[in-house]
Every structure is written in C-alpha cells, then in structure tokens.
Design a protein around this ligand. Structure first.
Ligand SMILES: [Fe+2]
Ligand SMILES: [Fe+2]
Length: 168
C-alpha cells in the first residue's frame, strides 16, 4: 500500500476504534437520561464504527498482525513498556497533581499489565500445557489469571463476582 494511504488507514482505524467506545459511553448516558431510542441509536452507530475499524484494520493486517510467535513477543514487550515506563510516569504526574482517582486507576493498570506480561512470557516459553483452559478477567482492574477465580483480586481487591471468564 502507498505511504499516504497507509497512514490514512492507520489514522482512520484509531479514530473508528475510539469512536466505538465513545459512542457506547454516550449510549449509557442516554440510558441514564431515559432516552432509550437515542441510546439505541448510539449503540447501533457504535456497532457500525466497529465494522469500519475492523475493515480498516484488515487493510493493514500485514503491517500490524504477524505470526503468533511474533505477536506474543510484541505483546509481551508492550506490556513490559507500559507497566515499567508509561504507567509509572502517569502515576507520578497524577500524584503531583493530586489526582488520586486517576493515580489509582493507573496503578491498577500498571499492576494488571505486569501480570499480562507474565502470562505472555509463560506462553512464549511454552509453559502453557497442551490443554485449552479458560482465563478470568477482573472487570475492575483488568487483572487476568488462568488459575481459579481468586476470593479477592490481587490487584484491586474486587470480589469473585467481578470476574468475567473468557473461554468457557
Ligand atoms: Fe495488558
Ligand atoms: Fe481487579
């Protein structure tokens, strides 16, 4: 793909992906304001933006999606970078500005990302056994485990009912 078009596709993909989440938030707001039809409108358009994002991603798949070994390694590196550099910087800025709620959200994210990195690392070194087993994801902080659902999330303290199972 030619350079300018490729850049535009990448920009469009990020824009559509963001719109998807923004519109879902708008839908929630419309529900709160007892505007069910407007909520549905936002949800429908969100779904459409998801279609656009997926279609645009497919255009640059060769660029963004490699073989699984490479994808695992890249994902591991990204988690390491965000947990060791990006989030610690964000936490510091939030603390400097007295933004305690944001600081807590960032610190939960940092801790969860480091667990993500460990899971990827185990997959890279083939510690995952030859069975397909479910993961459990904390819906408060994003902590992920392939063990049992903990009584208390080790990152944020959330109870078991806050966990969502992926793969069952
Ligand atoms: Fe992560
Ligand atoms: Fe959690």
């Amino acid at each position: 793909m030619q350079a300018k078009t490729r850049q535009n596709v990448l920009t469009a993909f990020v824009g559509e992906a963001k719109a998807y989440f923004r519109l879902l938030a708008y839908a929630e707001k419309a529900d709160e304001e007892q505007e069910p039809q407007i909520a549905l409108l936002f949800r429908a358009i969100a779904e459409a933006e998801r279609v656009h994002a997926t279609r645009q991603l497919n255009l640059v798949k060769d660029l963004l999606v490699k073989d699984t070994d490479t994808n695992l390694e890249a994902s591991f590196q990204r988690e390491k970078t965000v947990s060791e550099n990006t989030y610690p910087d964000f936490i510091k800025d939030a603390e400097d500005e007295g933004e305690t709620v944001a600081a807590l959200a960032f610190s939960h994210a940092r801790d969860a990302e480091s667990y993500h990195a460990k899971l990827y690392e185990r997959a890279i070194y083939h510690v995952i056994k030859n069975v397909v087993k479910a993961y459990h994801v904390c819906q408060v902080c994003g902590y992920v485990t392939d063990k049992k659902i903990p009584k208390k999330c080790p990152v944020c303290g959330a109870p078991p009912e806050k966990f969502k199972t992926v793969g069952e």
